[in-house]
Design a protein around this ligand. Structure first.
Ligand code: MG
Length: 399
């Protein structure tokens, strides 16, 4: 292990949940990893604090109006400071970047991921929306590049690990596990009453707000189904979603001989991040490990597609293909943002997304310019439909 070269890493989204956990791991292995570039959306103080501790060559803040503050905070250090989406996209091309961790939220991950592919970087992909929106385009670009994607999403890391050393043609089915989120046991009528605070309480995983909301609505699992289809080339009909409330089995692969391989572990994102950074090595860790005898039962059940219509819409979008997943993602991003502002209710999110999809024709084109235009148009459409659902937020059902 000591002979392995040091990897220089660009972390896009270093102040978010995945970004800070990535820095935890870099701090665990200072001889193996160095963060060359750190980027953040708006958290300028935390970005400056991280830069002071880890001494990257460059830091970038997405909001240009925050650049002067970042410069002031780092004025005594020899660290290059920049701002804006273009700077974030271009930083991944730097010669001193070996591996890019894409940990930003939403559609913003697409452009830098394409640039990283063009420059043959290893990509530790934590931004699933990139594959949802532009999966077909990304696979075309990967085919003519030395770049490769190592998934960070826990389910996809599990599938990736299950497929290591296997003839992937003999994989018959991918079994994606889902915790079921905080509303797994609620009735459809109770689902109408849940609040933002209820949705932000995930039972097992500690994550950022966007993915926590997406987990509560099971949109996250729908996106992960699309992500699995793109990453592993598995037809949508051969991907099964099962609800596994304990979140110990992170996903499984069934092979044509009838065997099922599973990857298990504690529900902690440090595990798949460590695997992605070290791949193909497994890095020894002091992290709390799973004690399997603590679990007297691990349970699995089919998801309720009526109760979680966004999961059903993801199945429909991947069947429709082309720009359909891009429209789904854009509408969902607007719906989640509106819920986080408490402008709409949780139960209205699938209605807003369904209305946006109904109002937007999809096409089979998937070139970059089409995706950019469709994303913008779907966002405008969803924004214009928002007033239909703007309402007083109901009282929480959980005290
Ligand atoms: Mg996941």
């Amino acid at each position: 292990m000591t002979d392995s070269p040091k990897r220089n890493i660009a972390i896009l989204g270093s102040t978010g949940s995945i970004g800070t956990q990535t820095l935890d791991i870099i701090a665990e292995y200072p001889d193996r990893f160095h963060p060359t570039v750190l980027t953040a959306g708006t958290r300028v103080e935390l970005l400056a604090e991280q830069a002071r501790r880890f001494r990257p060559a460059m830091v970038i803040i997405a909001r240009p109006e925050l650049e002067p503050k970042l410069r002031t905070l780092l004025s005594d250090l020899p660290i290059e400071v920049a701002s804006g989406a273009d700077a974030i996209e271009q930083c991944v091309a730097r010669a001193d970047v070996d591996l890019v961790v894409t940990a930003m939220v939403g559609y913003s991950g697409l452009a830098p991921t394409l640039t990283a592919i063009r420059h043959n970087k290893i990509i530790a992909l934590a931004n699933k929306e990139t594959l949802v929106v532009g999966g077909a385009l990304i696979n075309e670009r990967l085919a003519c590049s030395d770049s490769r994607i190592i998934p960070v999403d826990s389910e996809h890391s599990a599938i990736f690990q299950c497929l290591e050393g296997e003839d992937t043609r003999l994989a018959q089915k991918i079994i994606l596990t889902a915790s079921g989120g905080p509303f797994r046991t609620l009735s459809r009528a109770q689902m109408e009453q849940v609040t933002l605070a209820d949705a932000l309480r995930h039972p097992n995983w500690s994550m950022g707000a966007k993915v926590t909301i997406d987990s509560a609505s099971m949109m996250n699992k729908g996106f992960e189904m699309i992500e699995a289809h793109r990453l592993f080339g598995c037809p949508p009909g051969q991907i099964e979603v099962v609800v596994h409330p304990q979140s110990i089995v992170h996903s499984m692969v069934q092979f044509k001989d009838g065997s099922i391989k599973a990857q298990l572990g504690v529900p902690d994102m440090h595990l798949p991040i460590r695997y992605a950074l070290g791949y193909p090595e497994r890095l020894p860790s002091e992290q709390k490990t799973l004690c399997i005898s603590d679990y007297s039962s691990l349970t699995f059940e089919a998801p309720d597609l009526e109760k979680f219509p966004l999961l059903r819409m993801a199945f429909e979008a991947i069947e429709a293909d082309g720009t359909a997943p891009c429209i789904l993602n854009a509408a969902n991003e607007i719906a989640v943002a509106a819920l986080l502002r408490e402008q709409i209710r949780f139960a209205d999110m699938p209605r807003l997304v369904a209305d946006t999809i109904a109002a937007m024709p999809s096409s089979q084109e998937h070139d970059y310019d089409t995706l950019v235009a469709v994303n913008a148009e779907a966002r405008r459409m969803a924004e214009s439909l928002l007033p239909r659902y703007s309402t007083i937020v109901s009282t929480p059902i959980r005290q």
